[in-house]
Design a protein around this ligand. Structure first.
Ligand SMILES: Nc1nc2c(ncn2[C@@H]2O[C@H](COP(=O)(O)OP(=O)(O)O)[C@@H](O)[C@H]2O)c(=O)[nH]1
Ligand SMILES: [Mg+2]
Length: 302
């Protein structure tokens, strides 16, 4: 049956067909619906268009939702440390001196109102570092602190520790007290702070985010806090991968294969090993062999 559509409808349909994205499609589809012929013969057409619009709106809704949650939820990496502290303790300065987050201070003259994520390279691994907004602000994210593997408690005076510890009673992971701004202190003051922190048996380090004093020691402490091992994998006749897989202590060869790819261990025909857990370089081992930090594992799959 001829539909006898109005020329405006034909134009709208053309625009619809050329729409570049979902928003535009929805807009043009609405226009088509408003211009669709009203007579009985076009009933089917109108129903089809409305159904299509409904589907597009559902899709749009889904996309909006996932965008919202990905903004808020930070994907947790294998090793994650969260920097917490009062405002002006130097959190942003520390984050930018440890990670790929650059020119970041210039942009955040005022205190940070949302968690900022950076990646810190450390001996072939990538450690996720997140600056939590100041503990003394409404933007502070308690959930982020509690789910961290390690907390970097950034202070610039010993009194800060008490204030901060009151707020992290629920936290179960490792803590590193990071005393910042030691470039402003003389030797005597530094010695006193060192002695006090040591007497309290804290895991601590004295740093300056500005002149980088203590930064290497801090990086090492951060990596060690995760209590992870690094295992390099390789294929026969090739170089080892530059990036190690990160595993828990006492992980097996099988764990390392599964970390590369789920189900991979079932494809492995033979495994050789170099490094701390091997009796000699290139030792053949089974899937249950227990790995050590800095081992190299070779998987033969055929
Ligand atoms: N002297 C000195 N000043 C620092 C150091 N780290 C940060 N600051 C200064 O402290 C102020 C607050 O630093 P910022 O990183 O924004 O602190 P945040 O509020 O904790 O993120 C800025 O003026 C920084 O330049 C440091 O190691 N030494
Ligand atoms: Mg900041």
């Amino acid at each position: 049956m001829p539909i006898n559509a109005h020329p405006d409808f034909i134009i709208a349909e053309g625009e619809y067909l050329h729409a570049q994205n979902l928003e535009e499609k929805i807009e043009k589809l609405r226009k088509m619906i408003s211009l669709a012929p009203a007579h009985k013969g076009a009933e089917n057409l109108r129903a089809q268009l409305k159904l299509r619009l409904k589907k597009f709106l559902e899709k749009q809704n889904k996309e909006k939702k996932s965008k919202r949650s990905s903004k808020k939820g930070i994907k947790k990496e294998d090793m994650q440390a969260v920097i917490i502290g009062l405002s002006n303790s130097g959190k942003s300065s520390l984050l930018s001196s440890l990670t790929n987050v650059k020119n970041y201070l210039a942009k955040t003259q005022h205190s940070t109102t949302f968690p900022v994520v950076g990646m810190m390279p450390y001996q072939g691994t990538q450690i996720q570092l997140i600056e939590n907004p100041p503990l003394d602000s409404e933007n502070y994210d308690k959930g982020l602190t509690n789910s961290a593997d390690t907390l970097l408690i950034l202070i610039s005076s010993l009194e800060d520790i008490k204030t901060i510890e009151k707020n992290i009673e629920k936290f179960q992971g490792k803590k590193i007290i990071v005393f910042n701004k030691i470039d402003l202190l003389d030797q005597n003051e530094k010695r006193k702070i060192y002695a006090t922190l040591q007497s309290k048996k804290y895991n601590f380090v004295l740093i300056s985010a500005i002149n980088k004093e203590g930064i290497e020691e801090l990086k090492e402490k951060i990596f060690k806090s995760f209590d992870k091992i690094r295992v390099f994998t390789k294929e026969p006749g090739k170089e080892k991968s530059p990036k190690p897989v990160i595993l828990n202590p006492k992980s097996t060869v099988k764990d390392s294969a599964e970390k590369i790819l789920k189900g991979f261990s079932s494809k492995v025909k033979e495994t050789k090993i170099w490094g701390p857990s091997s009796k000699f370089p290139g030792q053949k081992v089974g899937l249950n062999h227990i790995l050590k930090d800095l081992d190299v594992v070779e998987f033969k799959t055929r």
